[in-house]
Design a protein around this ligand. Structure first.
Ligand code: 5RP
Length: 229
């Protein structure tokens, strides 16, 4: 296992151990770090350390992993998550985050918003001084009128790039939408940018998660730490 994979696992295991109790409903994020959350839940359910935990998955990928690991699943209509554990692409000192490079941001935000709390799990490479420093802001875009939506996004000061899928045609999310990666550089006012993006009708949701996370559990060579929002 690579060093960074080890850090992801350490953060995810610590987050499950700290935030998940028997009887809880847990929102299950998407990505290579969130996979470790599902694996830890599966281990603890199998050993009896946790009982009666159900997961609400944010993607088909995560749902598949949960089924394989023996984590029972529910929909948002059936159960409201007490806590959601999810990865991130960038984490600011205030624990605002950019998500969505893994292609599941709309469902991730729906589940996080419906949850009692959102806790981010990540390796230390995701920490930044200011959001936008390294990664674009992914935006989930309705396919109808996508060209017009990309133009409206560009008018906000970026060059939106329609994300390609594995075969070169546009990547399609679980919800059947496109994703536009919008690089703005360092973002001075993330809450304002989030509002501006969401004022565009074809921009269904963006990867700026502002004021949503309560904490981030982060692991790197400096050790394991919890950043409180
Ligand atoms: C998926 C996401 C992921 O949580 C984010 O991309 C981080 O992924 P990883 O843990 O693989 O680095 O937002 O939409």
């Amino acid at each position: 296992m690579s060093e960074s994979e080890g850090f992801k696992r350490e953060a995810a295991y610590a987050a499950v151990d700290r935030y998940v109790r028997s009887g809880m409903t847990v929102g299950l994020g998407t990505g290579s770090t969130a996979v470790w959350v599902v694996r830890r839940l599966g281990e603890k359910l199998a050993s009896g350390d946790l009982k009666d935990v159900v997961g609400v998955p944010t993607s088909e990928r995560t749902a598949g992993e949960a089924r394989e690991r023996g984590v029972p699943l529910a929909t948002l209509a059936e159960a409201r998550p007490d806590v959601t554990l999810d990865g991130a692409d960038e984490i600011s000192p205030e624990v605002n985050v950019i998500k969505g490079l893994g292609g599941a941001l709309l469902r991730e935000k729906i589940v996080a918003f419906a949850s009692g709390s959102l806790v981010i799990v990540a390796d230390g490479s995701k920490l930044v001084g200011r959001l936008g420093e390294r990664t674009p802001v992914p935006v989930e875009v309705e396919r109808f009128g996508a060209d017009a939506t990309l133009k409206a996004l560009a008018a906000l000061g970026c060059e939106p790039k329609l994300r390609p899928g594995e075969d070169g045609s546009p990547f399609i999310t679980d919800g059947g939408n496109y994703t536009a990666d919008c690089y703005f550089g360092e973002i001075e006012d993330p809450a304002r940018l989030e509002a501006e993006i969401k004022s565009i009708p074809g921009a269904l949701e963006c990867g700026l998660f502002i004021g949503l996370a309560r904490a981030a559990v982060v692991s790197d060579a400096g050790g394991l730490r919890v950043l409180e929002a």
